[in-house]
Design a protein around this ligand. Structure first.
Ligand code: M6R
Length: 602
């Protein structure tokens, strides 16, 4: 039998405690929606039986319907899905159930041997109702129970049965515990007073619990109201019994995971940047010292990151070259595997990630470490997998970033790189000075007047489906990041090119009325004038971002020139532009089409 394996990359949440589980689960899932919003579902187990509801689309639409019908049971689990393979339909929505409906499971990750397992389970008489790899889990548990195992034993057997990555929460009707297990996919447990919240990420349960347990890999646990039990799993390194480690306090506060007075998380997070950059500059992470020592002794330096974090990597490469005249290479995380053979002894890999859970970046780090490279990580999300995989961690401390579009984490990455490179510089104050200058200009760049100015730029651009962004040097990094933001949230085919490349091909895209945004600094004004006149000859309309307007600017966005640190402030108007464009094009900037925030599958 051929089936289309649906790999799961999503948010999961569970609850066991004294409150009715359904509203808690829906609430927790809503804060995990940045991980996916194609479909969602919850299951609550109580004396009244199993209550299972699933729905296609975002949780807000599901909330009303489910809460009016849900029983008051105090144990349950939920899921919000981002479909990577397999349709985003009701059949593929989680939770998935065993044939008898008594075992319910939510899963995040990829079960690589799902096909073989499914074939065997079908031969054993199990009936499958979805395309997902996840559905093998409730059937495996059911099969174990049929063969006489207890739920503890059936769960403990999973690590020896499953190949791939997984975060799993399971519940069985009639048992007052949740069963949890992880390998290669994130799963933490929020700890309240007599209540527990297993979840993909801390923001999910933050209003309910401010202590957390980071689960170790491949160790199955059972969670009840009176505590957590370690089961005797195949991969378990410690004996079965009560979990005695003290939960760690969470440093995030509840406001950081709510929109407050803002309409969207994206605009809230854009506006937070004066504070996030300031905090990083005022109390630089202590690990910068160790990281800079590693870099000082490096035979070669590679940066790895995906999406926005890749753009920050390019900035790292740019900074090393321009301020220290040091050669390095920035590599898209997923491409690192093809360059790994060139790694030589003494290499240092600097991995950048907001979430610390991006599978491509984690894979690059694994490859680098296997080949003996030292790894420094710049990470925003505390306790994430990357923080455990790297040798030295520089925390970005920009707080939870819940909008799918990376904004404040990007500028924090640029600031952290500036601080890191500065430690190797003969003029150690230069980087912080220019970064402070850039930070100070943020107040002006996010003022009401500046936002109104960007809104008028957005009005000029809103009817166009294509946009070119051009820059040189550090400004090219901004062009790339701005193009990604605009593509992602506004659905406009925005493309970035280095200024010098236009005549090598991209100029063919320019027609009468084509909008082009040019980025430049003080030293590039003349070059930018030439580029603009070349583009105007072909019919382009020129918008400019720099310290002064060009003769041909249709609309100019002034950004103070702070040397290499200009990249920190220059991106702010472009983040605002992407946000305004999304609104004008009637798109939800927090939930871009086809995307999820943490890409935890390869
Ligand atoms: O969490 P990470 O920084 O590792 O995520 C990498 C990319 O998935 C991420 O930057 C993505 O490109 C953003 N949605 C961009 O806004």
């Amino acid at each position: 039998m051929q089936y289309n394996c649906a790999r799961e990359m999503c948010g999961i949440a569970g609850y066991v405690g004294h409150r009715p589980a359904a509203p808690v689960l829906v609430d927790c899932l809503q804060r995990l929606e940045y991980r996916g919003y194609d479909s969602c579902g919850i299951a609550v187990v109580s004396d009244a039986g199993v209550f299972l509801r699933r729905s296609v689309g975002p949780i807000a639409e599901f909330r009303e319907e489910v809460l009016s019908a849900a029983p008051t049971g105090t144990i349950g689990l939920g899921h919000t899905r981002w479909a990577t393979h397999g349709r985003a339909d009701l059949a593929n929505a989680h939770p998935h159930a065993s044939c008898d409906g008594a075992v319910l499971v939510v899963h995040n990750g990829v079960i690589e041997n799902a096909f073989e397992l499914r074939e065997r389970l079908v031969r054993q008489g199990h009936r499958f109702t979805s395309d997902t790899d996840s559905e093998v889990v409730p059937h495996l548990l059911e099969q174990g129970l049929t063969e006489g195992l207890s739920m503890d034993e059936a769960v403990s057997k999973l690590p020896s049965q499953l190949v791939g990555s997984y975060a799993i929460v399971a519940v069985r009707q009639g048992q007052d515990e949740l069963f949890v297990l992880r390998k290669g996919s994130p799963l933490v447990v929020g700890v309240g007073e007599g209540e527990y919240f297993p979840a993909s990420d801390i923001p999910s349960f933050l209003p309910y619990a401010q202590r957390v347990i980071y689960l170790s890999e491949d160790e199955p646990f059972a969670i009840g109201r009176s505590g957590i039990r370690r089961l005797q799993g195949a991969g378990a390194s410690r004996p079965a019994g009560p979990y005695l480690e003290v939960p760690e306090p969470v440093s995030l506060n509840v406001e950081s995971v709510s929109k407050g007075s803002f309409q969207h998380f994206m605009i809230k997070e854009i506006m937070e940047q004066v504070g996030t950059i300031g905090r990083l500059l005022e109390s630089p992470p202590a690990t910068l010292a160790t990281a800079s020592e590693l870099l000082r002794g490096a035979q070669s330096i590679k940066f790895v990151g995906a999406g926005t974090s890749y753009h920050a990597s390019l900035y790292g490469q740019f900074l090393l070259a321009t301020t220290l005249h040091l050669d390095s290479e920035a590599c898209v995380s997923s491409e690192f595997q093809f360059r790994a053979d060139a790694l030589r002894p003494g290499a240092v890999v600097v991995a950048l990630s907001q979430s610390g859970e991006t599978a491509d970046t984690l894979q690059a780090v694994r490859i680098a470490r296997d080949r003996g490279a030292r790894v420094i990580a710049l990470v925003n999300s505390e306790g994430s997998s990357l923080t455990r995989a790297a040798e030295v961690v520089i925390p970005l401390r920009s707080g939870p970033e819940l909008s799918v579009a990376a904004t404040k984490s990007y500028t924090s990455q640029l600031v952290a790189l500036t601080l890191l490179v500065e430690r190797l510089s003969p003029d150690p104050m230069e980087g912080a000075r220019t970064a402070l200058e850039a930070r100070d200009s943020l107040l002006e760049l996010t003022s009401d007047a500046a936002r109104a100015h960007i809104a008028s730029l957005a009005h000029n651009l809103a009817r166009h489906s294509q946009l070119l962004l051009i820059g040189r040097g550090g400004n090219y990094v901004t062009a790339l990041e701005a193009a990604l933001k605009i593509k992602e949230v506004a659905g406009v085919a925005a493309q970035a090119f280095p200024g010098g490349e236009m005549k090598h091909g991209p100029l063919a895209l320019v027609a009468e009325g084509s909008p082009v945004i040019l980025f430049y600094d003080r030293s590039q004004v003349d070059q930018a004038e030439l580029a603009a006149s070349e583009l105007i000859t072909r019919g382009a309309v020129i918008y400019t971002v720099g310290p002064q307007p060009l003769r041909s600017s249709s609309l100019h966005v002034r950004v103070h020139d702070a040397g290499a640190a200009t990249a920190i402030s220059q991106i702010i108007p472009m983040q605002l532009l992407a946000y305004e464009l999304a609104k004008l094009r009637q798109l939800d900037p927090d939930h871009p089409k086809n995307l999820a925030k943490s890409v935890t599958v390869l």
